[in-house]
Design a protein around this ligand. Structure first.
Ligand SMILES: *Cc1c(COP(=O)(O)O)cnc(C)c1O
Length: 353
């Protein structure tokens, strides 16, 4: 094994998926398991697929292509509105996609007709988070246009909150989505297959509400991967928060002053850091940095403090224990650290069964 590495406990992951399924199934909610934070990892996608999730979802068609070509025989949902430059691949590799632009759906329609492979559309409505989405007052116009296109089939509507502006998926927002869905279905005499209420941020709402309205689908990533409620980042009881373990190796260990000496200017990342006056402290350097992981988003499992990271080094401080060169230290990761570690070719992925 090489360092740094990330160990993935597939058993704990599988339990997380099962726990979420056990909550969602009796309520009639299916979910797409979102693989974007793990770069469409085949080993992880396999776990999701074997547990019978509705579909595998990713924001990048290249990840969907990889999973599909690995022979993973699932339904695939592209959760980022397709680029016009990737339409061919979207129709070839994804069964359905989240959409907000008529010009894109029109291109999907043309490609679907050309290849004889139908493509399913979910229209995303912006209920205030102000990332992607059609505004509610434009949805009828859009539905009408999409229904006139061939090759594409409108299978549902949905929304995505708590991603950009942090708008919470409250009962009010979810009822608004259900009501919009009902109005459209009545007006156009349609029956939607999917009303896709949101992402991991909807977890507590699903748990507590006694009014799901028409919502019957979610897209879940962080909660099954990291076991946390994404509105508060608190651990969800019953879910494992340690599916992933980041491991890095110590390459220097010395007692040094806690404060730098000399004239202070900017560091490698354009910041002017400050350090507490603690006298001499045990400091260690680990061979991991910003090119491997978001160093601000990892939490040590042992009693050490992270002082900071540069491209290839992490500087830590330990009050009591003297750390040895060659020692391996373990860390928890939050979402942005996980995303970067999986994207980095310098971090080995080790799957534990
Ligand atoms: C990333 C994403 C999700 C999954 O979000 P989690 O917080 O990881 O559950 C769902 N829907 C869309 C549109 C996304 O971009």
């Amino acid at each position: 094994m090489t360092n740094p590495r990330i160990e993935i406990d597939l058993n704990k992951l599988s339990k997380n998926v099962q726990t979420v399924k056990n909550l969602f199934d009796p309520k009639g909610i299916q979910f797409s398991a979102v693989t974007k934070a793990v770069s469409g990892s085949i080993e992880i996608a396999n776990v999701f697929h074997d547990l019978g999730v509705h579909s595998l979802a990713d924001s990048r068609i290249i990840n969907i292509q990889k999973m599909r070509q690995a022979g993973l025989n699932s339904q695939y949902l592209l959760i980022r509105s397709p680029m016009l430059s990737e339409i061919e691949k979207v129709v070839e590799f994804a069964d359905f996609s989240l959409n907000t632009e008529l010009s894109v759906i029109d291109a999907l329609s043309k490609q679907a007709l050309k290849t004889g492979k139908a493509h399913k559309i979910i229209l995303i409505i912006d209920l205030g988070d102000l990332r992607e989405g059609i505004l509610p007052n434009e949805i009828e116009w859009m539905v009408d246009k999409v229904l006139h296109l061939q090759g594409v089939r409108l299978v549902g509507i949905g929304t995505n909150l708590a991603c950009f502006a942090g708008v919470a998926p409250t009962q009010e927002k979810m009822s608004e989505l259900s009501l919009l869905a009902k109005d459209i279905q009545d007006k156009f005499d349609l029956q939607f297959e999917l009303i896709s209420g949101g992402n991991s941020a909807n977890y507590q709402w699903i748990k507590k509400t006694n009014d799901l309205g028409g919502i019957n689908h979610m897209r879940i990533g962080e909660t099954i991967l990291l076991g946390r409620d994404t509105l508060t980042r608190k651990p969800i009881p019953g879910l494992h928060t340690d599916v992933f373990t980041l491991i890095a190796e110590v390459i220097e260990s010395k007692t040094k002053p806690s404060q730098p000496s000399g004239e202070i200017a900017q560091n490698a990342f354009g910041k002017t850091p400050s350090f507490d006056k603690l006298g001499d402290v045990h400091r260690a350097l680990l061979a991991i940095g910003e090119q491997d992981v978001d160093t601000k988003s990892i939490m040590p499992r042992s009693k050490i403090n992270i002082l900071g990271g540069t491209s290839d080094h992490l500087v830590i401080h330990s009050e009591k224990i003297k750390i040895k060169v060659g020692e391996e230290l373990k860390f928890d990761l939050n979402y942005s650290a996980l995303l970067r570690a999986f994207t980095s070719p310098y971090v080995q992925k080790v799957f534990l069964k």
